[in-house]
Design a protein around this ligand. Structure first.
Ligand code: HPA
Length: 195
């Protein structure tokens, strides 16, 4: 996909995840996801990439909360391992072989579009998040419902240090995301070769 739909644009959970169901019906067998996120873990820096190991859904809803969900998969979807372990391991190995730094951590999803307050960044850290962003989790829930193996990587575009928080610079966030893209493409290309 070139881009995606977000809750903050006014789309609902079903709109956002519609393309995942369409791609599933077209026959895809695996799902790769990328996103931009803020670094809650202060050992991570702007421009780092983070392999998502697990997530925290703070978007206040679910794309599976509708009447006939059982036609697509089971009603109560297991989320004990939402990100495919084998692909994660492969991606970590590839990053080492290629000398591309890849952190690992927990992604928390919020609605946005406003960035977080200092108090919210503190809360996210206490909750166990390493990164925060405004996407991905609805798609991952639906892909788990469809039993599609998933691998997801965040580009960390800003450092969310509540004690030294600077006003958000959207131009810089976009520039960092663009500058990191070739490294992410390299990792994903190599992973495709190994699957
Ligand atoms: N918060 C939420 N979403 C984001 C951020 C952030 O700090 N950076 C990039 N996407």
């Amino acid at each position: 996909m070139q881009g995606r739909f977000h809750l903050y644009e006014g789309y609902d959970f079903l709109d956002i995840t519609y393309p995942i169901r369409v791609m599933h019906m077209l026959g895809i067998s695996k799902l790769f996801i990328s996103n931009a996120a803020g670094a809650i873990n202060l050992d991570f820096q702007k421009g780092d990439m983070m392999l998502i190991e697990d997530h925290i859904n703070l978007q206040g809803g679910s794309p599976l909360a509708f009447k006939n969900v059982a036609e697509f998969g089971s009603r109560f979807v297991d989320m004990s391992e939402p990100y495919n372990k084998e692909m994660r391991q492969k991606l970590m190995n590839i990053s080492k072989e290629q000398g591309i730094s890849l952190k690992c951590g927990v992604y928390a999803s919020v609605v946005g579009p406003q960035l977080e307050t200092k108090a919210e960044y503190r809360m996210l850290k206490i909750l166990g998040a390493d990164a925060v962003g405004m996407s991905t989790v609805p798609e991952v829930i639906v892909a788990n419902h469809l039993e599609l193996p998933i691998v997801a990587v965040s580009v960390l575009t800003d450092e969310c240090d509540p004690d030294h928080l600077e006003p958000v610079n959207i131009a810089e966030i976009i520039a960092i995301a663009e500058a990191t893209e070739p490294k992410m493409v390299k990792l994903f290309r190599e992973l495709i070769k190994q699957l």
